[in-house]
Ligand binder design. Structure first.
Ligand code: NDP
Ligand code: 2IT
Length: 447
């Protein structure tokens, strides 16, 4: 049986065993379709069923999260933590609070996280968790009660050497604070390393807030350098207006690029003079408002409800909102408008059809596993600081992040060459991450 046939049959088995989990199937397919050449080079991986084992989470926890809203009504949500792979270190990965969350979303994110975390070169396994809780329109008190209830169940599965969650969509510094407070209270331990993304005043790392966005920009900068180009003077689009988007915009501006648009799930802001980051931060980080309010502060900007950000002409596009936000039609539009680089701040934002368009056009395309790995890498730096009871400066931590992103780029670039797909960062990222996990799993015996 050829490596490709063997892999297709593993994929079919994953689909059969995980019915209805479309996003998980998509994430698995995207990795498996690049692994053929690895199996040819390493028949021992097939013999020991490494791929089959990696596709099956080590542990899946699903639990009830009851809480009381401000009107005294009982609310019930569902909580998840999928501990996917611990070959390289404690389970590590964010928590997502969004009404679209179900097991298939958490599994796709956890699966991606295995390879992303391996790619950072740091000692962290892969996991993801979250809930179908919708934080939009909820008071601080409601969010606190939800977080306390969520942690009341989840705490027994966590620990600095066991599983270390962080933020993702809908989970930022406020939620991490409530979660940490409840963990500390239940366990009677000030175990700083059990969560990352903490406020720097009580154990968080400087640069963690900025890390995913900054890292994505460092990655796109590396891709452009590899082609003898730079970010200077480039027109950019950044979708979303949350944590990743905001700090991607900040670093793009620092490096001399101009960001003309950002968005949220309701619509798009187009500001040809360049997005005012101060306004976005005030609206999103402080007031928790919709991005449509931006035009009240910047009357020359336009708001397009329900529009696609990818219709706006640009040189560089950074999808930083959510999965499957950039489809085939949008990808064609970007390429037709002269876009030269795409790097994914979000997880799996480009559909398979969109990826094909970028590959055919041979533009620089950085998949999320590589491009957004700066967030989790800086989480690992936060764990290092917690373990040594130390706190590093902003400058030093950012230097470490920058070096990590350069290394990730280098590893992906070289692996893509080695396996016959020069310039293909999907191949490079998947193979590099997979090999590191596979080697550890082989060494550990049948686990
Ligand atoms: P936030 O909650 O801070 O922001 C999410 C942004 O994306 C918001 O602007 C939100 O708009 C928009 N968005 C969310 N869902 C949708 C949707 N279904 N359609 C359109 N827009 C949507 O999350 P983050 O910035 O932390 O996360 C963004 C992406 O980056 C996610 O894919 C996440 O997995 C990924 N990521 C995050 C990391 C981190 O460190 N935080 C690390 C690596 C990847 P609205 O307010 O309208 O919902
Ligand atoms: O998708 C991701 O890498 C994250 N949400 C960050 C995970 C982390 O543990 O910092």
């Amino acid at each position: 049986m050829s490596a490709e046939t063997a892999i297709e049959s593993i994929f079919q088995q994953v689909v059969r065993r995980n019915p209805g989990e479309d996003e998980f199937h998509q994430a698995v397919h995207e990795v498996l379709e690049t692994l053929g050449p690895v199996l040819v080079k390493h028949p021992e991986y097939a013999e020991h069923k490494i791929i089959e084992r990696i596709c099956e989470p080590e542990r899946q926890i699903i639990f009830r999260v009851p809480w009381q809203d401000d009107n005294g009504h009982v609310q019930i949500n569902r909580g998840f933590r999928v501990q996917f792979n611990s070959a390289l270190g404690p389970y590590k990965g964010g928590l997502r609070f969004h009404p679209s969350v179900y097991l298939g979303i958490i599994k796709f994110l956890g699966f991606e996280q295995i390879f992303k975390n391996a790619l950072t070169g740091m000692p962290i396994g892969g996991a993801k968790g979250g809930s179908d809780f919708d934080p939009k329109g909820r008071s601080d008190g409601e969010v606190m009660r939800f977080c306390q209830s969520f942690m009341t169940e989840l705490h027994r599965h966590l620990g600095e050497y066991t599983d270390v969650p962080a933020g993702d969509i809908g989970v930022g510094a406020r939620e991490i604070g409530f979660l940490f407070g409840q963990y500390k209270r239940i366990t009677n331990r000030y175990e700083s390393g059990v969560l990352t993304g903490k406020n720097p005043h009580w154990g968080g790392s400087l640069v963690r807030r900025e890390a995913t966005g900054y890292g994505t920009v460092f990655f796109v900068d590396e891709m452009l350098r590899a082609r003898g180009q730079s970010l200077e003077g480039r027109t950019c689009l950044v979708s979303g207006s949350g944590n990743v988007a905001i700090y991607a915009i900040e670093k793009l501006e620092e490096l001399g690029a101009k960001v003309v648009a950002c968005s949220d799930s309701n619509g798009v802001i187009h500001d040809p003079d360049g997005i005012s980051l101060e306004t976005v931060k005030q609206l999103k980080e402080i007031e928790r408002r919709r991005i449509s309010d931006y035009i009240k502060h910047r009357p020359r900007a336009k708001y397009h409800a329900g529009a696609s950000i990818w219709d706006i002409p640009c040189d560089v596009a950074l999808p930083c909102a959510t999965q499957n936000e950039l489809g085939e039609t949008a990808a064609r539009r970007l390429v037709a408008n002269g876009c030269i680089a795409v790097a994914e701040g979000a997880n799996m934002p480009t559909t398979p059809g969109g990826i094909r368009v970028f590959e055919e056009a041979r533009i620089a395309y950085g998949p999320g596993k590589a491009a957004n790995a700066g967030g989790v890498a800086t989480s690992a730096l936060e764990m290092q600081q917690n373990a040594s009871r130390d706190a590093w400066t902003f400058e030093y931590t950012e230097k470490r992040l920058h070096a990590i992103m350069r290394d990730i780029h280098g590893r992906c670039f070289e692996a893509a060459e080695e396996f016959g797909s020069p310039g293909n960062y999907i191949v490079g990222a998947n193979i590099t991450g997979f090999r590191r996990v596979a080697e550890a799993m082989l060494a550990f015996g049948l686990i």
